[in-house]
Design a protein around this ligand. Structure first.
Ligand code: IMP
Ligand code: MG
Length: 181
């Protein structure tokens, strides 16, 4: 049985950020992060925000030159479209965060509500530090203040897909980042 799938109306066009640019920037971020955490005495804990940040996290992890562990949190602040809904936390980290250095990994910071809510929850677990790495920063729609410690790219006020980012669950497989049109 075939099911109708949403498709961009006028094709994807040119990538807003090509896979080559992403790869270059993610490698740089990996170097920067490895330098900042050079002297910590426990492995860094990457806390990946599911699902959008998984592609970024997988590449970033392999750009690190320091030991790192992986944990996942699941937030659902968006429904199936492009308008924000209520934030839910469907999955929380499994290991102990006490005294650990935590790096939150997010695909895009939009209103800032998702990452703030998750950081608040993680802070209760008494980590030694929490920092934030975001592949994309879209400051135009910020509603709450967010400090992004490591930013990949600042983008204009457009909904984007690809490299893990979805529209209605689709397009995560695109190697570059595209404006949904
Ligand atoms: P915030 O809580 O408004 O900052 O929203 C951040 C979350 O919304 C991210 O984790 C994304 O999953 C999702 N999101 C926001 N903007 C986009 C977009 O342009 N494309 C795909 N997902 C997005
Ligand atoms: Mg997300």
């Amino acid at each position: 049985m075939t099911r109708a799938q949403p498709r961009p109306k006028r094709g994807l066009g040119r990538a807003l950020i090509s896979s080559e640019r992403i790869a270059r920037r993610v490698r740089e971020m990996g170097e920067e992060i490895s330098e900042v955490y050079r002297d910590i005495d426990t492995p860094l804990v990457l806390v990946v925000i599911l699902k959008g940040a998984t592609v970024f996290a997988a590449d970033l992890l392999r750009s690190l030159t320091i030991p790192a562990e992986l944990e996942f949190v699941r937030a659902a602040s968006y429904g199936s479209g492009t308008s924000p809904g209520k934030l839910k936390l469907a999955h929380m980290v499994e290991g102990s965060m006490v005294g650990r250095h935590v790096l939150l990994i997010e695909d895009i910071i939009d209103s800032g509500r998702t990452v703030n809510a998750i950081a608040d929850r993680l802070r209760k677990l008494k980590p030694a530090s929490i920092r934030l790495a975001a592949l994309l920063d879209r400051p135009a729609r910020r509603e709450v203040e967010v400090k992004i410690d490591f930013t990949g790219f600042v983008i204009p006020d457009k909904f984007v897909i690809g490299y893990g980012l979805d529209y209605a669950g689709l397009y995560r497989e695109l190697p570059g980042i595209y404006v949904l049109q």
